[in-house]
Design a protein around this ligand. Structure first.
Ligand code: F0G
Length: 458
């Protein structure tokens, strides 16, 4: 028999109680938080889908790794286990541990960015864009056009637009310190990039003499999609697909809070000796000695174990299927969601759901607040609040106004997800009554984390 029901390939070993709240309590809590979901106390949240970053459950073997962790300042066995686990998948010469992904981005961009430089990516994630721009460089998104149409079905909507990349490199190659590819493309809906597309990027990088870097946070989910969707890849070991991806890259930044299956951690890895030496010197200034880089030895062990679990097929089959279960449930209920469903999250198309709310009145924020008020679900706006503000202070609509329901790894069960589908459907039914928001207070960059909002009057 080949069962239709894909079960969680684990059972629960320790539980965290959820705190129930009333709608009146939630309305008060979100108003006090200036209608910013990041400003809520998390115990006022019932189902927390703000992010899949660092919010997953670790396995018993990872907790055993926490015990095994060796806290020597330099040369700890935990470091060697971490380095070996990273290199088993990404055989890059220099692995530089960091406390999370953005620290790797900051170090790399400090080393290679600067005024006048231009960094293309399929789509920059917010911190990646901010770290490029903080050096005075320009961040340019070149995802394929299909990737910008939420309803369109395409197997690899994260792919780089090779024609536009070629034209871009033709004009600017001397100013491009690296081409980045984000796998999976988080800001574009958690959509994968094909191996064929990565090979195309590699050959353009070779032609123009520019290094290729991966933003590899969700590499295992991307490799699973390659196995499922790309011709000639079915039946392969995911770890081998990951190694094929790694072979194309000159370097990578990584947040172990995603496909490291850990609660904290990351790394920067590069092939180039001279670049590695410069990055290690920067690492020592802000993160720590190169064999721990801002992490405890026990964190290094948890990541090493996580990397061996994240490429297991039973895990990835469950992971991708359970995310699709949410997306398919919402789609069936008539909630517009980005298609096909990505690996780590389901993205509601807030612009389609609230056509009466213009992008500069933040339809994504309106939907996210409504989900919290109605059912205690915390989601994340990925749209004009997050991307609409430019370094020169001007504001334009983002390419898409999405609300991301990110699924923490191995954390929620099917009944939690059924509840989420119910709440989202209820909010969608009365979406015509939802109003937009205006920002009353915001910092000059990464405003979505701390901005305060006010509902617009009817
Ligand atoms: N790159 C991508 C594609 C990401 O999704 C993230 C984080 C980072 C880099 C930065 O890593 O958080 O460890 O510093 N994304 C989280 C999210 C925060 O919610 O999607 P970090």
């Amino acid at each position: 028999m080949s069962p239709r029901t894909i079960i969680e390939p684990f059972r629960i070993h320790s539980v965290e109680p959820l705190r129930m709240t009333t709608e009146a309590e939630r309305r008060a809590a979100i108003a006090a938080a200036g209608y910013n979901l990041f400003s809520l106390r998390s115990d006022d949240v019932l189902i927390d889908l703000l992010t899949d970053s660092g919010t997953g459950a670790m396995s018993s073997e990872q907790w055993a790794g926490i015990q095994r962790g060796d806290e020597a300042y330099a040369g700890s066995p935990s470091w060697y286990r971490f380095e070996a686990a990273v290199k088993a998948l990404f055989p890059l010469d220099h692995v530089i541990p960091t406390h999370q992904g953005r620290a790797a981005e900051k170090i790399l961009m400090t080393a290679i960015g600067g005024p006048g430089k231009k960094v293309p990516n399929n789509t920059h994630f917010d911190t990646t864009r901010a770290n490029v721009e903080a050096t005075g460089a320009e961040a340019v998104d070149l995802v394929i056009r299909e990737g910008l149409d939420p309803a369109l079905e395409h197997p690899f909507k994260g792919n780089m637009d090779l024609d536009r990349l070629e034209a871009f490199l033709g004009r600017h190659a001397v100013d491009v310190p690296a081409v980045f590819v984000t796998i999976t493309n988080n800001s574009g809906g958690g959509q994968p990039v094909s191996l064929e597309n990565l090979r195309g990027v590699r050959s353009l990088c070779d032609r123009f003499g520019v290094p290729l870097f991966l933003d590899a946070c969700r590499f295992a989910e991307n490799a699973w999609f390659i196995r499922e969707r790309e011709s000639g890849q079915a039946g392969r070991e995911v770890a081998d697909i990951v190694r094929d991806i790694a072979a194309l890259a000159d370097g990578m930044t990584m947040s172990a809070k995603k496909d490291g299956l850990a609660n904290i951690g990351g790394w920067l890895a590069v092939r180039d000796d001279e670049l590695a030496a410069r990055c290690r010197n920067l690492l020592i200034l802000t993160e720590g000695f190169p064999t721990y880089g801002g992490l405890a030895g026990r964190d290094l062990d948890a990541i090493a174990q996580g990397l061996s679990e994240v490429v297991q097929h039973d895990y990835l089959r469950y992971r991708v299927r359970s995310t699709a279960y949410l997306g398919d449930g919402l789609h069936r209920a008539g909630v517009p969601v980005m298609r096909p469903v990505g690996g780590h999250a389901v993205y509601i198309d807030a612009r389609a759901l609230l056509p009466h709310v213009p992008p500069l009145a933040y339809p994504g924020q309106a939907v996210a607040v409504a989900l919290y008020e109605a059912g205690g679900i915390r989601a994340c706006e990925i749209g004009t609040v997050m991307f609409g503000l430019h370094p020169d202070g001007s504001e334009t609509p983002a390419a898409l106004d999405l609300v991301r329901l990110a699924i923490p790894r191995r954390t929620y069960t099917q009944s939690h997800i059924d509840y989420v589908i119910e709440v989202c459907s209820e909010v969608a039914e009365r979406s015509g009554h939802l109003r937009g928001y205006r920002i009353t207070d915001a910092p000059p960059a990464l405003r979505h984390f701390t901005a305060r909002f006010e509902p617009l009057a009817d």
